[in-house]
Design a binder for this molecule. Structure first.
Ligand code: ZN
Length: 210
């Protein structure tokens, strides 16, 4: 698997470019900003982007999606429970003092049991509400990799004080869906350093049982 992780924008959202080495088909996850750099990575590996997946509708994760769709022709996928949040991109831009990216159109909703594919690679969608109602994670089981969005971070979890957030729901999502994965699963959080399920199960202060 080709996997490039590029921190983009002022909040350094981890954008993932995941490609199949044989077919050169690819998925881009969370193209928040700096689309020129993302496109450069796609060209470097000679990839054809099939799907643009948004883990949740916060501006730092979705802000560059329309530019990437224009550059690649690939559809944009987001869980429908975040459509309300997506309509608030202007408000979100004001929160963090960013220019608004304009309207983002979603081509298709993604929910539990959906699978996104690039060649022989398959990412299973886990609906993990809590950080937002429509937050998802993507699990590539043959690659032992979880793209976690802002649900799980190294040593922390996503904030739940923004509209649509729920502390009870994020804990339930983490315990029922995320910690159900094997310990040797590599985790790519929405921001900051990589980690593993085992590491977080053992030491994440929000997850260890006291
Ligand atoms: Zn977020």
């Amino acid at each position: 698997m080709i996997h490039e992780i590029l921190p983009v924008g002022p909040l350094q959202c981890n954008c993932s470019v995941i490609g199949d080495e044989q077919s050169h088909e690819a998925i881009v996850i969370d193209p928040g900003d700096e689309i020129e750099q993302v496109v450069a990575l796609i060209q470097k590996h000679n990839l054809q982007v099939k799907q643009i997946v948004i883990t949740h509708a916060h501006i730092d994760h979705v802000g560059g999606a329309m530019k990437l769709r224009a550059a690649t022709g690939a559809p944009i996928l987001l869980n429908q429970n975040d459509y309300t949040l997506l309509k608030m991109l202007d408000v979100q831009a004001a929160w963090i003092g960013m220019a608004t990216p304009g309207k983002v159109e979603i081509d298709q909703s993604l929910g539990s049991n959906d699978v996104v594919k690039a060649g022989s690679l398959a990412g299973q969608v886990l609906h993990t509400p809590g950080h937002t109602e429509g937050s998802i994670c993507l699990y590539f089981n043959t690659e032992k990799t979880l793209i976690a969005g802002d649900t799980l971070f190294a040593g922390s979890i996503g904030r739940t004080d923004l509209p649509g957030g729920s502390y009870e729901k994020i804990l339930r999502s983490l315990h029922d869906r995320v910690l159900a994965l094997p310990d040797d699963t590599n985790v790519v959080p929405g921001h900051g350093p990589l980690t593993t399920i085992g590491q977080e199960r053992e030491s994440n202060p929000f997850l260890v049982k006291s």
